[in-house]
Design a protein around this ligand. Structure first.
Ligand code: BG6
Length: 497
């Protein structure tokens, strides 16, 4: 991690789940690495009337599993302050400003401030407007704002929000979090491509048959039914995480790996993704919703019976689709994507399937590069060799590399990397407005076509890898999903399809 600047973190949503699960633990890791040192302070704000002491107890609990020593913990906690705050009350921002100035003096923070908005997006616009009105952002140092997703609910609302934000902060100071961009193997995509001539020389339609991106989750909607039922898998996962990964896989490699050049490459890639008309949506995208199911003797209830979900909900918990990229490098290569809740197994992976030298369509003979993003990290490459003991037959051979558990335990966690990047002002692994805008344009037409189509929603049993339509989508092109974790369970009678 880089050595840091002094900084005041002003955290909106300090009593929330994200702050406790992700942010406080990440701050502590950065503190241990001295990225956050004597010159930092955190002001937590939320409606609840907590005291500094209570706030510190909550933070202590959030970092307990990192086993801090007593002196370490009390040194860390001494930098945390709490201010009860109503985001709509102008007077509260004055109080906040006074506290910020006081801490700036006390810890010599050079006027550097990060405003972390870990709360419902409907408050984003209001908060930044008030920060400006109260002159909190008028300091000698940097002033950066960090936003959690979702950024808007469609292009129009995102554009509106963007205008509000940029009337206060210049785009370079707006850090939109996509936590997948903090993951090790996603950050590795450009390295793999740019440092291996073996891969990059083949990274085009002449050699690649199709690309598959799977973001599978085994969990259901848990306690987030209220949010999820309004959102669905398309907006929750495809508009942001999946399109980000697709842009990293498909972009032209920049001459130098600078923040601007990478961003330009990603934006250009997204602009080449075909925007479908409603007929094309019907042909290239499928959705599904899970009904009850049983996997390995565990019973799961249907999505419609989950807490806070409308019992007649038409929200999709699964999406599979085929993106087409209209440029010289990728014309004709399907980019298949799929994501869903309550699938067989949690796993995020990319498969790049290369064309065979002959017309052999047997999948076992294809060269496939797999990038494992989680839960394991690594990659594998399937090649062909001569089968032992056979004169002419070939056998598939898989070269496989996975990070071991010790290495994984030592790699920085997503939020730790991303917060570090905000402090040092590196926006490479954040989503620029141009990327957000284009992603919404791609996704909006799919959403609209689906909203206009009131036919029965395809369903899938909890524990399977999605509705039959998702398999047909790929098989109709003569291809197949490479990752099929469900077959293992089906073969053993642990899952009925
Ligand atoms: C979030 C989605 O962005 O990503 C969640 O809102 C999803 O619905 C989560 O569960 C998955 O993230 P991870 O890091 O657990 O794979």
């Amino acid at each position: 991690m880089n050595n840091s600047e002094p900084v005041l973190m002003m955290l909106f949503g300090a009593t929330g789940d994200l702050a406790q699960r992700k942010l406080y633990p990440a701050f502590f890791r950065l503190f241990r690495e001295q990225v956050l040192n004597d010159h930092f302070a955190v002001i937590g704000t939320a409606r609840r009337p907590w005291s500094d002491d209570h706030f510190r107890e909550v933070v202590a609990e959030a970092i307990a599993d990192q086993n801090p020593t007593e002196p370490e913990q009390s040194a860390f906690l001494s930098h945390f302050y709490y201010q009860s705050h109503d985001v709509g009350d102008a007077g509260h921002y004055q109080t906040l400003n006074q506290l910020a100035d006081k801490l700036d003096d006390k810890y010599q923070l050079a006027g550097n401030r990060v405003y972390y908005l870990a709360m419902a997006p409907r408050f984003f616009g209001q908060i930044v407007t008030q920060l400006k009105a109260a002159a909190i952002i008028e300091t000698a140092g940097f002033n950066r704002v960090v936003l959690e997703k979702p950024f808007g609910t469609d292009y129009e609302s995102a554009n509106e929000l963007s205008k509000q934000l940029t009337s206060v902060f210049p785009e370079k100071d707006i850090f939109r979090i996509d936590h997948y961009l903090g993951k090790e193997m996603i950050q590795n995509i450009l390295t793999l491509r740019s440092t291996n001539s073996l891969l990059e020389s083949q990274w085009r339609n002449q050699y690649v048959e199709n690309v598959q991106i799977t973001f599978a989750e085994s969990l259901g909607v848990e306690q987030r039914g209220g949010y999820y039922d309004q959102t669905g898998a398309l907006k929750d996962m495809v508009q942001n995480h999946i399109l980000q990964v697709l842009s990293l896989l498909s972009m032209e490699l920049p001459k130098q790996m600078s923040e601007e050049a990478i961003r330009e490459g990603k934006v250009a890639a997204l602009k080449s993704v075909r925007i479908y008309n409603p007929d094309e949506v019907a042909k290239n995208f499928v959705r599904g919703q899970y009904v009850d199911g049983e996997l390995n003797n565990d019973q799961f209830q249907a999505y419609r019976n989950e807490p806070d979900v409308d019992p007649e909900s038409r929200t999709e918990t699964f999406v599979a689709g085929k993106f087409q990229i209209d440029n010289d490098r990728w014309r004709g290569v399907p980019f298949y994507v799929r994501t869903g809740k309550r699938l067989t197994e949690k796993g995020t992976r990319i498969n790049v399937v290369f064309k065979n030298l002959t017309n052999n369509s047997d999948i076992a003979t294809k060269n496939i590069l797999t990038i494992y993003i989680q839960p394991t990290e690594g990659f594998s490459l399937s090649l062909n060799g001569k089968a032992l003991d056979a004169q002419a037959a070939t056998a598939p051979i898989r070269l496989s590399y996975r990070h071991d558990s010790q290495m994984m335990a030592n790699t920085p966690e997503s939020y730790q990397r991303l917060i570090n990047d905000v402090i040092v002002g590196d926006a490479t692994n954040f989503t620029h407005w141009d990327e957000v805008a284009q992603s919404w344009k791609i996704v909006d037409v799919i959403r609209q076509a689906w909203d206009a189509d009131q036919s029965a929603l395809p369903t899938y049993s909890a524990g399977t890898m999605g509705p039959k339509e998702a398999f047909d989508l790929v098989e109709n092109d003569g291809n197949q999903w490479i990752w099929q974790p469900d077959s293992w369970f089906v073969e053993r009678g642990l899952l009925k399809k």
